[in-house]
Design a protein around this ligand. Sequence first.
Ligand SMILES: Nc1ncnc2c1ncn2[C@@H]1O[C@H](COP(=O)(O)OP(=O)(O)O)[C@@H](O)[C@H]1O
Ligand SMILES: [Mg+2]
Length: 390
Amino acid sequence: MNFSIEEIPLNVAVYKPTDDGDFIFVDVNSTLEKSEGITKDALIGKRLTELFPGIEEMGLLQCFRRVNETGEDELLELALYEDKHKTGWKRNNVTKLANGNIAAFYEDVTENNQEVERFEELLEKKTAELESQKKELDKRVIHEIKKNREQEKQMLMQSRLAQMGEMLSMIAHQWRQPLGAIASASANLKLKLMLGSFPLESEASREECSQYFSERLENIEGYVDNLTTTIDDFRNFYKPNKTSVELSLKEVVEKSIQIIGSSLKNNNIKVVQECNSEEIFSIYDSEMIQVVLNILNNAQDNFLEKNIQNSTITIKTNASELSICDNGGGIPEDIIENIFDPYFSTKHEKNGTGLGLYMSKMIVEEHHSGTLQVVNIDGGVCFHINLKGV
Ligand SMILES: Nc1ncnc2c1ncn2[C@@H]1O[C@H](COP(=O)(O)OP(=O)(O)O)[C@@H](O)[C@H]1O
Ligand SMILES: [Mg+2]
């Protein structure tokens, strides 16, 4: 035995178990003597718990007892031995010998373990760094999202302003006719007065005069009513939509035509309406009218720019779909992908904002969970709004 344990390149100690659960040193090899700094003579015959009081805390004493009891080998990976004088990490292999003694083969792995500890420390540091980087990143993401929202608000403002400009030109078109009629009616009345057309001495003539004047004044009132309605239409349109209303697509089209109709007419653009669907949707009306106006305005811009003859816009509703098609030649295939991008515009000399379709898509898709799509057709282009599921 002596001879054999000397050959093992590990610390080896052999113990004899005692009745009271301790272990007496019976043999050790010289590797152990060196590494523990203690001679064999000082060990032999001594109790393990006496010489190594930290052995129970370490868990090795219990391990010895188990091996003694069961006869099964055990490996005690990485256990820390600590007492007043010594401390170190050990890896122990414990086995029961044929003669009933217990042998422990062990090595000091403090250094390896320090390596592991250093690695763990490094890992912890890196994890903490990562954690703080992640927090920083989260903050940045939130910041960016906020910035995006700001930007979106600004875009909305810009597009509203642009729309306001377009709107004013629509109002101008819409007012031209009633204002002209009022001017001519009042000029007419003035002329009659100046010419003294009605000899007021006769009862019949007075009657005629009164009739003539009240007819013209009624006409004027009618035109004034018309002007007032226009203003109301626009005012309602600019009231921000807080809540949605129950509306059919047909009504959306009608309200839009009320606003832009005169302008289209003045530009000789024919509007064909095939709107029969009565299906009701929950709609933010001024926003959805804005979408339809954007599309109609774009069609009009294109007709005027290309000087298209027989310009026609066809508006159809079919169940949940509203389609607006024109015969203005369509959109070049190489830019059709981009028309919904913010600030994309081909109207540089006309100061296009490039926000109309971007906002329209946002309104339809984000505020109404619908879709807005574009397809070129023979001789023109179609925009399809679908409110399926709204
Ligand atoms: N009906 C149409 N026919 C031809 N081109 C169109 C039509 N509608 C939109 N476009 C193109 O899409 C672009 C983007 O439209 P929009 O977002 O409303 O911005 P803007 O009208 O300010 O240019 C237009 O500049 C135009 O090139
Ligand atoms: Mg536009």
